[in-house]
Ligand binder design. Sequence first.
Ligand code: 5AD
Ligand code: SF4
Length: 469
Amino acid sequence: MKLPNYVEARKRTKDKVEIEHYSNDIKDLGIGKTYHIKTYGCQMNEHDSENIKAMLEELGFTYNDDYQTSDLVLLNTCSIRENAHNKAFGMLGRLKHLKEENHNLIVGLCGCMAQEEGVINEILTKYKWINFVFGTHNLYRLPYILKEALDKNEREIEVFSREGNIVEGIPVKRDSKYKAYVNIIYGCDKFCTYCIVPFTRGKQRSRLKEDIVREVEELVKDGYKEVTLLGQNVNAYGKDLSLGYGMEELLEEVSKTGIPRIRFVTSHPWDFTDGMIDVIAKYKNIMPAIHLPVQSGSSRILKLMGRRYTKEEYLTLFHKIKERIPNASISTDIIVGFPSETEEDFKETLDLVNECKFDNAFTFIYSPRENTAAARLKDEVTLAEKEERLHELNDLVNIYFKENNDKLVGTTVPVLVEGVSEKKGILFGYTDTNKLINFEGDSSVIGKIIDVKVTSAKTWSLDGEIDER
Ligand code: 5AD
Ligand code: SF4
């Protein structure tokens, strides 16, 4: 048993990160058995689940869409806010009942929550029936951890507190045939005071440019149309490698692979260089859609959050991007109710939204996370106040989503067609600026990038018709 430890998780060492290659000599463990995986949280977790699926299938497991009839159920968890925690624990409650009926059911937990000392203590005392647990740093060891748990018929918990090497070559079973996630940097060293990620995902570690480019070249060969380069803070890419290249150079090289669409998430305003803006403006296959979390419009709160920029600095960057890439859509993340946030601070957030008129915004109520610096701050903002602020903020951001969408009506936009919408029974896809669009058409265009004329706009989506010209 290896358990996580917060003091260790916080440490940032100068230890050199080596590159290892995935290997697995365990086979047949899952023959005749089915698995189901529930994924919570961000794209990084979704992509980890694509690796987990492939590893399980290599062992012989087959996918089952229904967790209630699966032989193995794995929860890939998220720690970012309290409600993500609650969802996973709620699911564990349901699995406990299933396990009472079916003692052979194998239950596993992995992802960010597995890295939390508090969660593991709870599992040790209250969830003794869980078969296996592994963390974010040792995902590639899944076959061995699972074998250990099954062979010994006892619970196996293996969570490393500190990140290890980068492991290349982990198999992957991608959810889409057209869009792919590609990791470029793991971990985060920013330590924003509210954020648990630097603890659960470890120190910043970039993959080598050659490995990333090779993966994208393979995707091009396999007919993929879009890659999303993933990292907690992609702009810090390369800084830990001291090889003289960074995000700017990486974007340029990925662009030259000829993949039709490149996206990247998430950018921290702090490392967003002029060079990056130039590269995005220059290469047509780098999509003009930038996710640039601001978190708050009050410089006082930004300082308490440890964000390293003021409201004015954010606005300068924002306008610089808009000037050099006029069609860019900019989206953001905003937290309301950070400890000590006053009505005046919140008003500054509303003012910033009125100035930036974001194309999209993910808005959250601050949620204290175990062991983070902000969790120690006095928080006298009441939940009712926080909810009211969130409500007011959502009403405002929605106005601008609609306003930005309205501007597209009558124009023709490039759309990567993803499939038939379950709800509407018609085609859907995403524009270059990352807007969802629904339109009638033949299923032969699925997986292609086609021109669609926008006929009307809603708050969260567009409607259109194929432009045959
Ligand atoms: N409480 C609320 N929101 C948070 N986020 C990160 N940590 C917290 C927290 N403790 C939000 C930030 C980040 C997004 C991924 O989640 O806005 O950009
Ligand atoms: Fe969390 Fe800040 Fe790192 Fe983003 S940049 S993952 S908010 S610590």
